[in-house]
Design a protein around this ligand. Structure first.
Ligand code: GLN
Length: 447
C-alpha cells in the first residue's frame, strides 16, 4: 500500500511505470501474507518489485514500450517472473524502457518519457530507465531490467543505484522479448549490493526452457557477500580512462581504485586494445540479430495489425511501418543490410571476428586479475532531448558497457560519487564468466 501510494505521488513526474498493477499486487501480497502466517520465511517473501516491460507477465500487458505490443498480454510468465513468484515477491507493475530495448535514454518509448529523479530535466539512461528510476525514486525496492549492451548498468549509473548484468547463461531468458539473443541477459537493479545478491539468488540457474541457460554450480550469493577483497587483483584498462571520458568521471574512478586498495585489493593498469572496435562490432551483431528476431511482428501472430489491408504483403508492410518507431526501424535496416549477400563477409562476419578478439583480450587479463574496474559510462546523465536526434553520439556512449556483452561476462555498476552538478557517477566492475561472487564481494566491500 505504501509503495502504491508512493507511485501515485511521484510517478506523474518520473514516468517510471508504463503499467501499475494494484490488483495483481494486492492478490500476491495477500498470498505472501498467508505464507508468512504459516511460518514461512524468505528474503523476498512479500517484497514488492517492478518488472521491465519486455519481460513477460501473464497478469499484465508486456508492451516493450512499443505500439506494436501496446495491447499484448502474454499467455505465460517469464521464468524469472515465475521464480520471483515462487519466492513470494509481489509485482507492482511494468516499467518504461526504450522501444524493444533499443536505446540508452528511454526516450524511444512509444508511450512517454521517463525523467531522472536527480534532475527531472535529464534522462534516466536506458534502455531500463524505468527500472532504475523506480528504484532510485523509492517507487520499488527492486526491479528487473535487461541488458544487451549496457541497459541495466548505464541507467543504474545515471540514477545512482546498483545494477548487475549476470554472466550470459546465468539467468534464463525464457519470456524475455528477444532483442539480440546472443547478448541479452536479465538482471536486478536495487538500492544496495545485498539486495542485488538476494534477487540474483532468486532468479538464477539452469532452465530447461532456455537452451542457452547454463547448468552451473552457484553459491548462495548472499552468503558469500562479506568475504572481503584482501589480496584481490583488480585491473584498470587504460583504454577505459582515455579520450571522451568526462574529467569528473575519471577522477571518481581513480578515487574508487584508491579506496579498493585501502580495502586490501591491488589495482594495476592493463591494456584492452580491441576496445575501440567494440561499439561497431556491437551495433552490427545486435542489429543483425534484431532484424531476425523482430521479423515475427507481422500483424498476424500477435500485437498490432494495420487496418484495411487488402493483401498479406500490404498487411505486413503497413503493420511494421505503423507499429515500429524510428530507432527500431533503423536497427532492422542496419541489421538486414549487414546480413545481406555481398555484405555479410564484410560486416557481420568481420564483427564476429572482432567479437572473438575482444573475448580473447578479456581472457588474457583474467589470467592475471580477479576483476576489471572502469567507468560505466563516459558522462553522467545528459539533458532530455540532447542526444535523441543524434544516434551516433548516443551509440558512442555505450563504449564501456558493450564489450562485456560481446564477451558474455558479468558486470556490475555501483555509485562512486557525484559530478559538479550533483549527478551520480557509476563505476563498473567486470568479472570473468560466472565470477559473480567476487564481483558482489568487491562491490559490497566498497559500498
Ligand atoms: N544502448 C544500447 C543499444 O541501444 C544497449 C541497449 C540494451 O542493452 N538493451 O543497443
Amino acid at each position: 500500500d505504501a509503495l502504491l501510494t508512493r507511485i501515485e505521488g511521484v510517478d506523474g513526474k518520473t514516468g517510471a511505470y508504463v503499467t501499475v498493477c494494484p490488483e495483481l499486487a494486492e492478490k500476491q501480497a495477500a498470498a505472501a501474507q498467508e505464507r508468512l502466517d504459516d511460518g514461512e520465511s524468505g528474503a523476498l517473501l512479500g517484497v514488492p518489485g517492478g518488472i521491465k516491460d519486455n519481460i513477460c507477465t501473464s497478469g499484465a500487458t508486456t508492451t516493450c514500450s512499443s505500439k506494436m505490443l501496446e495491447h499484448f498480454t502474454p499467455p505465460y510468465d517469464a521464468t524469472v517472473v515465475e521464480k520471483l513468484g515462487a519466492a513470494g515477491a509481489v509485482t507492482l507493475g511494468k516499467l518504461n524502457m526504450d522501444e524493444f530495448a533499443m536505446g540508452g535514454s528511454t526516450e524511444t518509448s512509444y508511450f512517454k518519457k521517463t525523467a531522472n529523479p536527480w534532475d527531472l530535466t535529464r534522462v534516466p539512461g536506458g534502455s531500463s530507465g524505468g527500472a532504475a528510476v523506480a528504484v532510485a525514486a523509492g517507487e520499488a525496492p527492486f526491479a528487473l531490467g535487461s541488458d544487451t549492451g549496457g541497459s541495466i548498468r548505464q541507467p543504474a549509473a545515471f540514477c545512482g543505484v546498483v545494477g548487475l548484468k549476470p554472466t550470459y547463461g546465468a539467468v534464463s531468458r525464457y519470456g524475455l522479448v528477444a532483442f539480440a539473443s546472443s547478448l541479452d541477459q536479465i538482471g536486478p537493479i536495487t538500492r544496495n549490493v545485498e539486495d542485488t545478491a538476494v534477487v540474483l539468488d532468486a532468479i538464477c540457474g539452469r532452465d530447461a526452457h532456455d537452451s542457452t541457460s547454463a547448468d552451473y554450480a552457484h553459491p548462495s550469493y548472499t552468503a558469500t557477500l562479506g568475504k572481503g577483497i584482501k589480496g584481490m587483483k583488480i585491473a584498470l584498462p587504460k583504454e577505459y580512462l582515455g579520450d571522451g571520458l568526462a574529467p569528473s568521471v575519471k577522477h571518481a574512478i581513480l578515487a574508487a581504485a584508491k579506496e579498493l586498495e585501502k580495502l586490501g585489493a591491488v589495482c594495476e593498469e592493463v591494456s584492452l586494445p580491441a576496445t575501440e572496435y567494440a561499439v561497431p562490432a556491437y551495433y552490427l551483431i545486435s542489429s543483425a540479430e534484431a532484424s531476425s528476431n523482430l521479423a515475427r511482428y507481422d500483424g498476424v501472430k500477435y500485437g498490432f495489425a494495420a487496418d484495411g489491408c487488402k493483401t498479406l504483403a500490404q498487411l505486413v508492410t503497413r503493420t511494421r511501418d505503423e507499429g515500429f518507431g524510428r530507432e527500431v526501424k533503423r536497427r532492422i535496416i542496419l541489421g538486414t543490410y549487414a546480413l545481406s549477400a555481398g555484405y555479410y563477409d564484410a560486416y557481420y562476419k568481420k564483427a564476429l571476428q572482432v567479437r572473438r578478439i575482444i573475448k580473447n583480450g578479456f581472457d588474457s587479463v583474467f589470467a592475471d586479475y580477479d576483476l576489471i574496474l572502469g567507468p560505466t559510462a563516459p558522462t553522467t546523465a545528459y539533458k532530455l532531448g540532447e542526444k535523441s536526434g543524434d544516434p551516433l553520439s548516443m551509440y558512442l556512449g555505450d563504449i564501456y558497457t558493450v564489450p562485456v556483452n560481446i564477451a558474455g561476462l558479468p558486470a556490475l555498476s555501483i555509485n562512486c560519487g557525484y559530478d559538479e552538478d550533483g549527478l551520480p557517477i557509476g563505476m563498473q566492475l567486470i568479472g570473468p564468466a560466472f565470477g559473480e561472487p567476487a564481483l558482489l564481494q568487491a562491490a559490497y566491500a566498497y559500498e
